[in-house]
Design a protein around this ligand. Structure first.
Ligand code: F6P
Length: 344
């Protein structure tokens, strides 16, 4: 069997271990692997590289993706020519299966290629946002959250020294998983999530109470997708997340300046940004990456196309890609409430 492997969307630690897992297990079945570079763009343009044992042997500890990535989506409006190219290149290269490693967008393409054109695809879920349904965790999340935790621990030192409130903005797009974990594990005094609009009054009242009980510093974690209140007199805009925000300020910057203004407590902010996505994958992400990669090769062997290798409890199994990509997994209300019990 000739199997093409690609990685699409934002990179994250764990992609290389996952590629290694697919190739290692596929070798047991005699598969021939071809690396498709730069995600779906590589299939549009026919950018390939050989992928054998010696190519993947050493990559288990490396961040990023050895295959490169892109956000090309041949099903996006105006992508008809790209889609034609993808379909004819798959035929020309004689791929018997495509293993796509990606998030909602990349796997959505794999699902449509399978359901609408019968292309034999198998998915491997990845995203630092941890917002894919059908799987309990995605690799990339543990490493990204660990980077955020390291940042909040460092900010605690300077917050305590300067008697300030330090605000950390973390990534996560439409879901607050990274902020939730970093906030709870970092002992934050307040956390803002995309799952509920920012309640400025509640945050200010709580920070005032924290200060009144004698604590000399504060820590706040903000998810980048938090919906900000629209303020009169400020230019309003809708951000990438469809949320109303102040056009020229990040969530972290807005929250820090609001805290200073409304509590009189000096505040500063820092943004983790793409630092989340770099560096060596954690132990958890390496093992999860290898496990879902191995399962993907087994799904190809069993011709279980249209499926994605998912972590369900402690087991890795095939689940329907369409189901997994049709609804985003956000932080449920009971976990939001649990998080709030940690603010004292
Ligand atoms: O989806 C992963 C993610 O890192 C989000 O958390 C973030 O909003 C986005 O990608 C950033 O995308 P880009 O790398 O295109 O700036």
């Amino acid at each position: 069997m000739k199997v093409g492997i690609l990685t699409g969307g934002g990179d994250c630690p764990g992609l290389n271990p996952a590629i290694r897992g697919v190739v290692y297990r596929g070798m047991d079945f005699g598969f021939e692997f071809v690396g498709i570079e730069e995600g779906w763009r590589g299939l549009v343009k026919g950018i390939y590289r050989p992928l054998g044992l010696s190519d993947v042997e050493e990559i288990i500890y490396q961040g990023g993706t050895m295959l490169g990535s892109s956000r090309t989506n041949p099903f996006k409006k105006g992508g008809e020519k790209d889609l034609e190219a993808v379909l004819s290149n798959i035929k020309e290269a004689k791929f018997d299966a495509i293993v796509a490693l990606g998030g909602e967008d990349t796997l959505g393409v794999a699902a449509k290629l399978y359901s609408q054109y019968g292309v034999p695809t198998v998915g491997v879920p990845k995203t630092m946002d941890n917002d894919l349904s059908g799987t309990d965790f995605t690799f990339g999340f543990d490493t990204a959250a660990a980077v955020g935790l390291d940042a909040i621990d460092r900010l605690r030192d300077t917050a305590r020294s300067h008697r300030r409130v330090m605000v950390l903005e973390v990534m996560g797009r439409h879901a607050g998983w990274v902020a939730w974990y970093v906030g709870v594990a970092g002992g934050a005094d307040w956390v803002t999530l995309p799952e509920e609009p920012l309640d400025v009054d509640a945050m200010v009242a709580h920070l005032n109470a924290v200060r009144a009980r004698g604590k000399k510093y504060g820590l706040v974690v903000c998810s980048e997708g938090t919906e900000l209140p629209a303020l009169s007199g400020e230019e309003k805009a809708v951000d990438d997340f469809g949320h109303v925000k102040l056009s020229d300020r990040s969530v972290g910057e807005f929250v820090a300046s609001t805290i200073t203004e409304k509590t009189g407590w000096e505040s500063r902010h820092a943004v983790v940004g793409h630092v989340h996505r770099g560096g060596a994958p954690t132990l958890f992400d390496r093992v999860l990456g290898m496990r879902v990669g191995i399962k993907a090769a087994e799904l190809v062997r069993d011709k279980q196309f249209g499926q994605m290798a998912a972590l369900v409890g402690t087991e890795v199994k095939g689940v329907d890609i369409v189901g997994a990509t049709s609804v985003l997994k956000v932080v449920p209300p009971q976990l939001v409430e649990l998080m709030k019990t940690t603010f004292k």
